[in-house]
Design a protein around this ligand. Sequence first.
Ligand code: SAH
Length: 560
Amino acid sequence: MASLRPRRSADPISDSESSDSREGDEGWDDVEQDEEETTEVISLLDDKVFPDVLSMLAYCKESHGFDFLAVRQKLQLDFHGSVKLVNYIRHRVHEGSPVTEDISKADFDQDQFLKPVLDDDAVIIGLFDLPDVVPEGAPAAEGQGASVVDDLLQRNTQLQEELARVTAQFESYRATVAETLDQRWGDVDAAEAEAKAAGDKGKTKAGEKPVDASKYYWESYAGNDIHETMLKDTVRTEGYRDFIYNNKHLFAGKTVLDIGCGTGILSMFCAKAGAARVISVDASDIIDKARENVIHAGLASTVTLIKGKMEEVTLPVDAVDIIVSEWMGYCLLYEAMLPSVLYARDRYLKPDGLLIPGACNMWIAPVADGEYVMDNVQFWRDVYGFDMKAMQSGIWDEVRVLHWPKDRVCGSPAGFKLLDLYTIKTEDLTFSSSWKSELTADVDDGLDGLLVWFDNFFAPSRESQGVGLQSVADEWAKEDKDRVAFTTGPFNDETHWRQGLLLFKHKDGEASSAALKKGTVIEGEVTFAPPEDMPRGLIIKTEWSVAGEAKKHSQSWDMR
Ligand code: SAH
């Protein structure tokens, strides 16, 4: 549905610069210094190790009389065929059977040989760099018979084209392997569940593919931009990373479930922290990229990626020790991903298992900024001399996502909702809570709105969590070095969530209430609920009154 704004993309109702414009992108690298990357190519025919594939193949030819490139050429093997040949040879060697150049294609032309015998086999990865097989009957390429290195040099100009082709081949190889593994894990069940869930919606004619109401949502996560924005949000990504790397003992040997793995970043943090197994689920096509990212990181033997909805896939395990997920949307609950995490918590998390994050709380504070109102509301009354008041329609009805200047927050922030993720239920996500704020300065032109944001808390155990309604991220984290917390509020570095501005209705630019003195108390009740016609959207409503004034105010805003 085109009307839903993906939470992380440049947002039409946003008034602020995107966080891309911020300085300080440096510093979001992996804190762990990778050891010097060394590729170890294990000989196809014994256990000798080489720095690259070509020298290994030269060795096999010289010492074992086995010319891999010649066999590949003779059998006219494409990429898949070459992968099968490598795995077949490794099988034979493993069993102690001889490997000779008179191998026939029939010996290894079975899907089982697509599965790597060695994890991260550098020979398979190195197949990318080997010269093409010349089609039968075609004249030998210039340089054939000369050294392989010369051949590679001559073919330098074709490299781009070749790379695109082999990447595509590798993709399909990986998909084939994934499919085989999925089948082994009984993903047939998942397919059935999907068909059933879709069928339950009851709207499809026999034989027609069922409609997925969230299709637009998965599509919004399929492209690179949204993930780039999230990864470049250093407050967010470093928050997860620091918690995971600072608490490696929690991960060692554990099974972790990453819900909504996106590019796979959190899964890879967990794998590097020592997890025995990471199961990464995402329903968006981005998971195909995650698969590659995981392979390139050399973590394929630890991270298992499963494409599908959390509620519908069948995991290869009955229970997990840790669930990690970055599910938070604008104003925390927009896009309604949390129910998927709660579903997985109830179904898969061990009784003493860990949730990352384990708690969130939500804040509201009054704001006043005459300049903002002039620029964004009054502006329409005189546009090059024309009164465009029609453009103001709906202007007060939408939650505006922006990073608000901290000196325009004019009241004490009030924590109004605590989400203890270990205990909260999906039905608790539709709620009403009271809030109370005291003005921290005189407000001469009245209040202009309310600002909403949230904090996230990461604790190494349920017991040590201790988050309260008014817990402030920084202070809470300081209490214990194993904790990490971050805020999306206006007083700290901007995050890609920014804050939600609930702009009060101004009549022809007039402020919504009269001048108020420092210390005045504003009290209200705020309600969060999804719109009936759009379960991933959000309606925020609040009633409020100013101490000493009889008038009760009420207004609602939505995000669709
Ligand atoms: N973990 C990644 C991506 C977070 S964005 C990171 O931290 O960078 C959230 C991701 O969750 C999206 O890729 C979205 O497709 C996925 N997602 C949301 N709900 C899901 C569900 N119910 N099942 C599977 N994937 C889901």
